[in-house]
Design a protein. Structure first.
Length: 154
């Protein structure tokens, strides 16, 4: 029985020539092909809320622009610690779009480990759920308190 990935077997052991697309570039390719299609659909209360690729793209650009306005860019690290959500994905891509490095942390990680990784990574910003931020001590947060973004804000 053939497996879906068997088509890749012809490439085994061969060199790839050219540049692999980056994650932001792959998103842009998808957005251009499917701008009006649903990218995310979630249930909030009794309501089904959907975002198209075009809407997601705009939110990603908003995140990237905000981070750049705060001086975050290439070579800077930004913590991302949240539950699985469209906001998590948008933050992830927004960080990449401004050429910063995402430092993804497990949302179930103990607070002490989160604090240690914030300090170790020298992160300049944090995207996290409110409950995570409220557990952190102020000494473990990045120098600029205004680069803390709640993923679950309304």
């Amino acid at each position: 029985m053939a497996r879906a990935w068997d088509v890749l077997e012809t490439y085994r052991g061969t060199l790839f020539e050219g540049d692999w697309p980056s994650i932001p570039h792959m998103f842009l390719i998808t957005m251009e092909k499917h701008a009006g299609s649903k990218a995310f659909s979630i249930i909030k209360g009794d309501e089904n809320v959907s975002l198209t690729y075009q809407q997601v793209h705009q939110r990603i650009l908003d995140v990237a622009t905000y981070l750049l306005s705060k001086g975050i860019g290439k070579g800077d690290r930004v913590i991302l610690n949240g539950k699985n959500s469209p906001e998590w994905a948008i933050a992830y891509l927004g960080i990449l779009f401004c050429k910063a490095t995402v430092v993804p942390l497990d949302n179930q990680m103990p607070t002490g480990q989160v604090e240690a990784l914030i300090t170790f990574s020298e992160a300049k910003g944090i995207f996290a759920d409110r409950d995570v931020i409220e557990k952190l001590s102020s000494r473990s947060l990045p120098g600029s308190q205004d680069i803390i973004i709640y993923l679950d804000a309304d």
